[in-house]
Design a protein around this ligand. Structure first.
Ligand SMILES: Cc1cc2nc3c(=O)[nH]c(=O)nc-3n(C[C@H](O)[C@H](O)[C@H](O)COP(=O)(O)OP(=O)(O)OC[C@H]3O[C@@H](n4cnc5c(N)ncnc54)[C@H](O)[C@@H]3O)c2cc1C
Length: 647
């Protein structure tokens, strides 16, 4: 790697040292500022004073590398390590701090398949196909299932501990680094009708991503923290790098790279569901602007959140800990779900509300929580665990209180992203994608198996890193046109120069007010989708060109908001395009699955004059299941108009 080495850390040895080094650098930076070095008071300067000083104080940094990885979750860490181990120079740019951000930080379960431990490949594939309602890409399913073991072994070798099997069905006490032939602790979800084959592995530590960070650094890849990538550079139809800025210092970055891996997570709109806050789809939308195809963008997920304190409520773990089925009732006190949690629940809840039977309540387990203290403490060790504490603080005891919940729209979780082939190449040469940012269609319109998000991120990250490194070896570095670079810099930084306009936090509020209501993106209808789309067209044409930012922190939000507006438009147009219902994708005006017309994937690309082009690709015949089966047998999960009811 050439360029500015100062801001790049690569040689930390252990976690304590990692934190200490980080702290020292912050202190050193503040000292140099205080002593008159390059400085601008990020948090207090106004847009006007910043604009005046920007020329003087904001430096431009140019770096060169073989492979640039955007995002430092599981997929980014795997891409960086694999590319580096395959001989490429690697820079990983992370807009937060690699090791403490992204959905990966919160994930707990890793899907792990091994025939020698009694897993049946045919059954697993059937589950993916059925839950994916026959539009899951089964080649990807096979790759993710089969490669899960190798990626699990990678994690063990990096130092991520897993629970050790001890014969109990609850999480055991011991965890560590099982030898290759020894099965770690695995479990399958209780009370689920369609997930018999889903087994997952739990691991304990909250700082697992710091262990991944350490691995990235130990192989000699470089990490640029607090560096937000906003745009890709192109030359002769190829991606040749990316541009962005440091969200704290405001330094502007041009990173020339022979290949770029987008590993920047999903597209969400900062819902109450924590964990997805930093995933605002910049990677997906910058790929789209660079000409890459997107796939699966009509799909999305909801997650349950407590209405009283906006805390996530992942009640599966408490059900697992207590062994008691969690009961959800509607406003009339009736149980309304036909089948166990996790599969259809995400869409059946908003449908129940839409029928006028809301709100939705979680019933008390009615047990003494002290009996489960040990298991709860273990669960609270994970990053996602503290939601029980959050409820406690709000005065809600999940064991003994009935409380109200709602389904919060999470965005493209588990579903859409940059269309990739099985080498994780997008449709633009030099551009790769992995993890939640990639559109593999591996899970179709739902979530096929607990643990498959994390496992999928590791598998696709590895594949993207390997193939990006190979591409880089066989390619010359092309330089972007200077005129293009100048225009790009102007476009990226111009919210800082604008003295008036629209503040990104206000625009964020408008976005959320438009996309979050259940009747827009969960219980969908042409009229409501069109109404929301009209608003997003207005945001696109009126707010986005006039965003103003007072400092580099707001500049970050401005680019996140820009990405959300483009992403929402893509999602709404894709949802309007698919005129049927499937999995979690529910159209009130087309409530049945339409096998005749919709065993297809929806692809979106940017056409002439910036127009969005939508088209379909047929799902291969061999993925389509038995088309002679009666509807009710083919789709046992119905859209539940009343218990036992069907559409
Ligand atoms: C609360 C929660 C619990 C979960 N639990 C599980 C589980 O138990 N098992 C499971 O399999 N899955 C789980 N998931 C899903 C799983 O975490 C994800 O599928 C997986 O971690 C995705 O990894 P990723 O690397 O693709 O994305 P992420 O981990 O989201 O990483 C993306 C990174 O890119 C960075 N980034 C974004 N934009 C930019 C930009 N413009 N420039 C630079 N950097 C950028 C982000 O800051 C982030 O660090 C959970 C998700 C959440 C939110």
């Amino acid at each position: 790697m050439e360029g500015d080495e100062k801001s790049v850390r690569r040689d930390e040895n252990n976690l304590t040292e990692l934190y200490a080094t980080e702290h020292r650098e912050v202190v050193r930076d503040s000292l140099s500022r205080a002593l008159g070095g390059p400085y601008f008071p990020i948090t207090i300067c106004s847009a006007a004073s910043f604009a005046a000083e920007m020329e003087v104080f904001m430096s431009e940094k140019r770096l060169k590398t073989d492979v640039l990885v955007v995002g430092g979750g599981f997929s980014g860490c795997f891409a960086a390590v694999t590319a580096r181990e395959n001989g490429a120079e690697v820079i990983l740019a992370e807009k937060n701090y690699c090791g403490k951000s992204g959905c990966s930080h919160f994930a707990r379960d890793f899907m792990l398949f091994k025939e020698e431990w009694g897993d049946n490949f045919g059954e697993w594939m059937e589950q993916f196909s059925k839950i994916g309602e026959y539009i899951a890409d089964q080649r990807w399913d096979e790759l993710i299932i089969r490669e899960s073991y190798d990626r699990y072994r990678d994690l063990v070798s990096w130092g991520v501990p897993f629970y050790i099997k001890d014969g109990s069905s609850n999480v055991p006490d011991a965890y560590g680094f099982p030898p290759p032939e020894e099965e770690p602790f695995r479990y399958k979800l209780r009370s689920t009708k369609y997930r018999k084959t889903s087994v997952v592995t739990k691991y304990a530590v909250r700082h697992k991503m710091m262990i991944c960070r350490k691995k990235v650094l130990s192989v000699g890849a470089s990490i640029l923290d607090r560096t937000m990538i906003t745009d890709l550079l192109k030359k002769d139809g190829r991606v040749v790098g990316a541009a962005g800025f440091n969200t704290q210092t405001g330094d502007y970055y041009i990173i020339e790279a022979k290949a770029v891996v987008i590993a920047s997570g999903l597209l969400s709109f900062r819902p109450a569901y924590y964990g997805v806050w930093s995933s605002n789809g910049e990677g997906i939308t910058m790929g789209y602007r660079a000409g890459a195809d997107l796939s699966g963008m009509e799909f999305g997920a909801g997650m349950y959140v407590c209405s009283e304190c906006d805390s996530v409520c992942i009640d599966g773990p408490v059900s697992d800990i207590t062994g008691i089925r969690d009961v959800v009732t509607n406003g009339r006190g009736e149980e309304f779900l036909d089948v166990g949690p996790h599969l259809p629940i995400n869409i059946l809840w908003p449908i129940e509300v839409h029928k006028g039977n809301g709100p939705i309540y979680h019933d008390a387990y009615g047990v003494d929580r002290n009996k489960f203290k040990k298991e709860l403490d273990k669960y609270n060790e994970t990053a996602e665990g503290p939601w029980i504490e959050m409820l406690d603080r709000a005065g809600i005891d999940i064991f003994n209180d009935r409380f109200e919940q709602y389904m919060s729209f999470i965005g493209s979780m588990f579903a859409g992203g940059l269309r990739v082939n099985y080498s994780c190449e997008t449709t633009v040469p030099g551009l790769y994608a992995a993890g939640d940012a990639s559109g593999t269609n591996f899970t179709g319109p739902t979530y096929a198996s607990l643990g498959s998000g994390m496992c999928g991120a590791c598998v696709t990250g590895h594949r993207a890193g390997l193939n990006a490194a190979r591409f880089a070896h066989g390619s010359e570095q092309l330089e972007a046109e200077p005129n293009d670079l100048a225009a790009l810099k102007e476009r990226i930084l111009n919210p800082l120069e604008r003295k008036s306009g629209f503040r990104p936090d206000r625009v964020l509020m408008r976005i959320q007010q438009t996309i979050f209501p259940y009747e827009v993106r969960m219980v969908m209808h042409e009229k409501r989708l069109t109404a929301a789309l009209t608003m997003f067209e207005f945001f696109r044409d009126h707010f986005i060109p006039m965003l103003n930012a007072a400092d580099s922190h707001e500049l970050r939000l401005a680019h996140e908001v820009r990405s959300m507006v483009t992403g929402a438009e893509i999602m709404l147009r894709s949802a309007l395009f698919r005129t049927e219902s499937r999995g979690w994708f529910f159209r009130e005006d087309y409530p049945r699955r339409d096998d005749k017309n919709w065993l297809k994937w929806v692809l979106v690309s940017q056409g002439e004059n910036g127009r969005m082009n939508l088209r379909t690709e047929d799902v291969p015949k061999e993925y389509q299941g038995d088309l002679t089966l009666p509807y009710q047998e083919r789709y046992p999960v119905t859209y539940g108009y009343g218990k036992g009811g069907t559409i």
